[in-house]
Design a protein around this ligand. Structure first.
Ligand code: NAD
Length: 474
């Protein structure tokens, strides 16, 4: 029988007798069972978080940093077990699962060094005015299935560092590694400061609308983000929304074709394309389009799509059936419209597991669904451009504004183009790099607010200004 995992509520690992199955997307086998929670368990978790907040809000930054470092250590010490479990439930190859687990531990350790210091607004004979950052209270964290551990840690740790307590809900598709981490940190984080409960999507709105939750930090699709904004409006909860993206990569004619081909490949196909900041539209200057598109397709032919637990696999399966069907639908649409494929394009797939062959399209039109929509799968549309102004306009012609990249030997020109892109992050000559100390967030329908860095921490607090009138007669 599949292993049963417990939730963390008020410092205890609990189950409630109702279960949800979790599948391995490479084998479609049930590999674990997690509690299917509803309003009762949520109320318990929120009550525990409220109680814990009373004392946690008064802790020093040193005490908070120690807990964050303890979380980092617990993840690192158990990394071997955790990355294997992550591959089993999420699908990503072992090496990428390792990166996520060590990355999450590194993020927790790095963020433990952040503090929100008071700011003096005025200090003279007349008045002392000081701004302090006050933790908002109980935070509701909701995360998706593509980077379940990174996303969980990037919500739990800043919540704790800023003095809040949290109730976190993993995606129903990928809760296992998160619950294993819950078990590992049970005695690291004081009881009630971190609560992790699992449930179907229907648990999400209960969190958004809970009257004792004061902030929602959400990562997921734009469609769900809109529902969260609506739900949170009832009591004007603070919200941070990290949503979808349709990131453009722009390759200028001076780029080194062979080197860029490999980089571009992984900027699209890492995690089987299921990355909010994956390169989803590749614009290549017409002078190098033929050479570069050929080099990318050649590179792709040597990358193995398969079970992430097997040695040699470069790209794993799509994480779940719903997303698998959506990616195949987009590929089918491209076929139906007669767009040209350099690689892949097969939608008549059989066998076990949600595997989609690597798919590269040759110059589809800008309004093709596979270009205009977020694919979130192993799909790479390559498009030709001739002038910088034209490509900037095409890159910005999207409802999303998450990230983008420019590839060129002329970094000044790269930066000049980057500054014209309407996105929260732009990389010049690299991709997917996020710093624990720099804000990460989107523009337009990619969401608002920030995670990471001081800007990210501030989102868990509100500013309180205290002024003391010095020359008053009382
Ligand atoms: P999703 O929106 O379907 O689900 C995300 C989470 O929201 C899950 O835990 C789900 O159970 C929960 N949920 C579902 N309905 C809800 C509701 N009505 N109210 C509250 N919660 C609800 O997203 P997904 O399919 O899991 O993830 C893929 C999407 O996430 C992609 O669009 C991707 O771009 C985006 N994403 C964004 C970032 C970022 O930082 N901007 C990072 C990773 C993924």
């Amino acid at each position: 029988m599949a292993k049963e995992y417990s939730n963390l509520i008020g410092g205890e690992m609990i189950t409630n007798g109702a279960w949800m199955d979790v599948l391995n997307p490479a084998t479609e086998e049930v590999i674990g069972k997690v509690p299917a929670c509803g309003k009762d368990e949520l109320d318990r978790a929120v009550a525990a978080a409220r109680e814990a907040f009373k004392s946690w809000r008064k802790t020093s930054s040193d005490e908070r940093a120690k807990v964050a470092q303890g979380i980092a250590a617990a993840i690192k010490e158990n990394a071997d077990e955790l990355f294997r479990l992550l591959t089993a439930e999420q699908g990503k190859p072992h090496a990428q699962a390792q990166q996520e687990i060590y990355g999450a531990a590194g993020l927790a350790a790095a963020q433990s060094t952040l503090t929100l210091d008071d700011v003096i607004n005025q200090d003279d004979d007349e008045r002392l005015s000081r701004t302090r950052r006050v933790p908002v209270g109980v935070v509701g964290g909701i995360v998706p299935w593509n980077f379940p551990i990174m996303m969980a840690i990037q919500k739990i740790v800043p919540a704790l560092i800023s003095g809040c307590t949290i109730v976190l809900k993993p995606s129903p598709f990928t809760p296992l590694t998160t619950l294993r981490i819950a078990e590992l940190i049970k005695d690291v984080a004081p009881a009630g400061t971190v609560n992790i409960i699992t449930g179907e999507d229907s648990l999400g709105p209960l969190i958004t609308e809970h009257e004792d939750i004061h902030k929602i930090t959400f990562t997921g699709s734009t469609a769900t983000g809109k529902k969260i904004m609506e739900g949170a409006s009832r009591d004007l909860k603070r919200i941070t929304l990290e949503l979808g993206g349709n990131d453009a990569s722009i390759v200028l004619p001076d780029a080194d074709v062979e080197k860029v081909a490999e980089q571009l490949f992984w900027s699209t196909f890492s995690n089987a394309g299921q990355i909010c900041v994956a390169a989803k539209r590749i614009y290549i200057h017409e002078d190098i389009y033929d050479d570069l598109s050929k080099a990318i397709a050649e590179y792709a032919k040597n990358v193995v799509v398969g079970d992430g637990s097997e040695q040699g696999t470069g790209v794993g399966p799509i994480q779940n059936k719903k997303q698998y069907d959506r990616v195949l639908e987009l590929i089918q649409d491209a076929k139906d419209n007669g767009y040209k494929f350099l690689l892949g394009g097969d939608t008549d797939l059989s066998g076990t597991g949600y595997f989609v062959p690597l798919t590269i399209l040759d110059n589809p039109p800008e309004d093709a669904r596979i270009v205009a929509e977020e694919q979130f799968g192993p799909v790479m549309p390559l498009m030709k451009f001739s002038s910088e102004d034209e490509v900037i306009e095409r890159a910005n012609n999207s409802e999303y504004g998450l990230a983008g990249a420019v590839w060129t030997k002329d970094t000044d020109k790269g930066v000049a183009i980057a500054e014209q892109l309407e996105t929260g992050t732009v990389w010049v000559n690299e991709f997917l790099h996020l710093s624990p100390f720099a804000p990460f967030g989107g523009h337009k329908q990619s969401g608002f607010g920030a995670e990471y860095g001081i800007d990210g921490l501030k989102e868990f607090t509100y500013p309180q200004v205290i002024t003391v009138k010095r020359d008053a007669v009382v």
